[in-house]
Design a protein around this ligand. Sequence first.
Ligand SMILES: *Cc1c(COP(=O)(O)O)cnc(C)c1O
Length: 394
Amino acid sequence: MDYLKKFSIPMSQPDITESEREAVNSVLRTTYLSMGPYLNEFENSLREFTGSAHAIAVSSGTAGLHLSVRAAGWGDNDWVITSPFSFVSSTNVLLYERITPIFVDVDPMTGNIDPQQVEQAVHDLTFSRAAAQKWLPPKGVSDSGQLKGMIAIDVFGQPADFDALRTITDPFQLKVIEDSCEALGAEYKNRKAGTLGDFGVFAFYPNKQITTGEGGLVITNHDEDADKIRAMRNQGRAPGDTWLEHTYLGYNYRMDELSAALGAAQMKRIQELMAARQRVADWYRAELSSVPGITCPVVAPTTTRSSWFVYVIRLDRGIDRKSLSEKLEALGIPVRPYFSPIHFQPYIREKFGYQKGRFPVTEDLGERGLALPFSGKMTEEQVQEIASALRQIL
Ligand SMILES: *Cc1c(COP(=O)(O)O)cnc(C)c1O
């Protein structure tokens, strides 16, 4: 495992200062270790930051996606469009509810779901049982389902093309969840990532733009859905329920107060944290432009503000990623293949019977993507060291 190896440069690291330590400490001097004032403060900071009517903090990004799926009302045998070029959570939350993920391939430039293919898929899945077949998984699915919605992912901190996507989905009243777990702070045509669907979900694992240790948050403008999500994160307690009254089937997906305090302190520094990550991405671009055999990440014209989550370079075809990775790691530089396509994960392959070649763009990106060490705390010297190691090996 990575964490047992000695690397001179960490793969990622959180940016924690005295203000975060003081905030967490102050919680320990109270009796409110859960559902205290910092939870409200943290939620309010995200409401203001995104301009959304509601922000509901939860225990992880995955929990936020799961509650959004529940609030969307999708269930057994429904069909929901998503892409296989993502972190597994965005598909797993569908499987938790026995929903069939309908994978649609991605745009080769951004890795985000491809609107043209979504248009074809929506059309085929809605109007023709025969045409629907080519979008359904090869096995393990009843073909009597109905298309209900879409989970689109903002891959690597760059929003998917939501105007194009919603032009397709809105006429069919399909609910849309924006998995913005990698894109807090990014802007799409000057609108904040997370606000582009019916539900937007952020995550705060230590490698994300801000961290709460573990944590996540849902934003939405739908009042009733927000109430439902608040209840479901808290064991199904609706407003007015006592501790042992449960109106809904719920979960314990609460964010604890220590995490909320950490998050509230991080949100006060969000502009600084984003700027630091942008600076590191700029150094990478400058240093890597002279390295042969690789392509740097491209910022789409619709992304009016980037929010860097990871720095994933693309290797030219023919470069042996495994051997390159081993050589970099021998020099103390950790790297990671990114993403490993969801349709090739063993349990997904077993359940749905996917073969190689089904999603060629996802597979190509999955074979050629390499995440370099990335955090806002990296120095220009570290970026130079990585660039010169790459130059030397390639
Ligand atoms: C990080 C992430 C999540 C959620 O992760 P958690 O570890 O559950 O907080 C979901 N989707 C994507 C695309 C992510 O990168």
